[in-house]
Design a protein around this ligand. Sequence first.
Ligand code: APR
Length: 169
Amino acid sequence: MTRLTLVRGDITEQSVDAVVNAANSSLLGGGGVDGAIHRRGGPDILAACRDLRASHYGGGLPTGAAVATTAGRLPARWVIHTVGPVWSAHEDRSALLASCYVRSLAVADELGAATVAFPAISTGVYRWPMEDAARIAVEAVRGAETAVGEVRFVLFDDAAYRAFAARLN
Ligand code: APR
């Protein structure tokens, strides 16, 4: 049974087996979570991402997919990079957002990760409304078949924390 926990804080400070990055398809870094992970994790993460682009992901990592690299200097063993969908008022991309959580847990299972920290994927630059993103995230994790013992949602501000807490309780 997977425990779902909430933390108000910085995902780069979480001592877990795997930290999930809200990446973009280039895998070459960005702002928000992506920027923080590369800044704190150091150059080894970007080097591993470049190797992935040169080998399996020449066209970039598809939205909803997930892939793992070293965590570099982070207090974790792996970073699982996933690409969230950009929110759209005209198209329902909920399945792609749910896929980020389900695919990241599948990668965690392949790695043998027991603890996984997730940010609120797509709720920053990609503009997904927080309450809806929290609903999708919690439902996707609750519905996933995974051996991961703890899924830790790491929320960067009070509004995000409240939105996830409302879904968990
Ligand atoms: N720890 C935890 N959560 C964080 C952190 C952090 N250090 N920094 C930001 N967040 C929160 C944001 O407040 C937001 O709620 O993570 C959530 C996701 O925001 P983004 O990082 O902007 O990710 P996303 O909306 O998925 O957009 C991805 O942004 O940074 C670029 O390269 C990235 O192009 C990609 C896009």
